[in-house]
Write a protein of this length. Structure first.
Length: 334
């Protein structure tokens, strides 16, 4: 039988130690070479005169490897291209942080901000079960499904239902589950309006400065179930205004479940307390706060992937991304 290609080893070489580093052409060359190896191996084995049953098995195995490569290639394309990670959105300031736990630099946490019709913007923050190459392949599939669903319906709940249905009938990973937060953002001169739905995902924080005091609060969002589990899920939506200067922070549970040296988890309350201790608030400062929390969380034996996205209602239209290749390399913002 055709043996499975060691994708983790190949991507460990292909993805390199961190995102956005030089050598992208060489990285893609490795991936292309992998596809050629699979094809050549299939041809060689077929030419050896195997029986019909073995030939069918070889063809099926090679097809699976090609499908897996396509998905991984999609992930590598997006994660290596740091300049395309977040757009500049008029009326919003964006900042993000992404730290995969696996040494390959690939993981199961993802985030995306993308344009929709009528000047609206879609926002996704998601967390696929697991980490490393296997989770990254499912991440690519989830990202594609949700972007496709957003083109058909600009409702966060509809995007979550589409991904839930896809995961229930998935062929990519028989053990794949996902949590996700979806939002529709419409910007204006006086702030913006956000509609949010959650599929088993941690609740985001609304951070507002009132009389010189930073006050983080939850939204009262009732999450639906984890995606890929139930056949008839309900994903309630919440709509709220963001006044100029308001910041919305969304993150994956790799942040709240990181352990401090005491052994205690950072927790949602810990995130809120850290953000509430800021003197002033904007997207960049909130993401710096996330980085510092993770820098202090050195008690985790097996760190998880972490992704966080902050958006502040305001006129600047800027976007910044902070990446750390592996959990071991995490450090405070400088």
């Amino acid at each position: 039988m055709l043996t499975s290609v060691n994708m983790g080893a190949v991507l460990g070489e292909a993805a390199g130690p961190s995102y956005g580093q030089p050598g992208t052409g060489q990285q893609f060359a490795v991936l292309v070479g992998l596809a050629e190896v699979v094809a050549e191996e299939l041809e060689r084995r077929l030419a050896d005169g195997v029986g019909a049953a073995q030939r069918r098995a070889l063809t099926t195995a090679a097809g699976r490897e090609r499908d897996r490569l396509r998905l991984l290639r999609s992930v590598v394309t997006r994660t290596l291209d740091s300049s395309a990670a977040l757009p500049a959105v008029p009326g919003l300031t964006l900042a993000a942080f992404h730290r995969p736990a696996a040494p390959t630099g690939l993981g199961g946490d993802f985030l995306d901000v993308f344009p929709l019709d009528d000047g609206a913007w879609g926002v996704i923050v998601g967390d696929v079960c697991g980490s490393g190459v296997t989770a990254a392949s499912l991440t690519a599939h989830c990202w594609y499904v949700m972007r496709r669903a957003a083109d058909r319906s600009q409702r966060p709940a509809a995007m979550l239902r589409a991904l839930n249905d896809e995961l229930l009938h998935r062929t990519v990973d028989a053990n794949g589950f996902c949590t996700a937060l979806c939002a529709l953002v419409k910007t204006g001169d006086g702030g913006c309006r956000v509609t949010i739905a959650s599929g088993g995902h941690p609740e985001p924080l609304l951070v507002r400065q009132e009389n010189g005091v930073v006050r983080p609060r939850t939204l009262g969002l009732r999450p639906g179930p984890m995606l890929g589990v139930r056949t008839d899920p309900v994903f309630p939506e919440v709509t709220l205004p963001l006044a100029l200067g308001d910041t919305l922070l969304a993150y994956t549970d790799g942040l709240t479940e990181a352990r401090l040296p005491s052994g205690a988890m950072v927790s949602e309350a810990g995130v809120a307390a850290a953000v509430g201790a800021l003197d002033t608030v904007n997207a960049g400062k909130v993401i710096d706060c996330v980085r510092q929390l993770l820098s202090a969380a050195t008690g985790s034996r097996r760190p998880d992937d972490v992704a966080a996205l902050a958006l502040t209602a305001g006129p600047s239209g800027t976007a910044t991304v902070s990446r750390t290749a592996t959990a071991r390399a995490a450090g405070p913002a400088m």
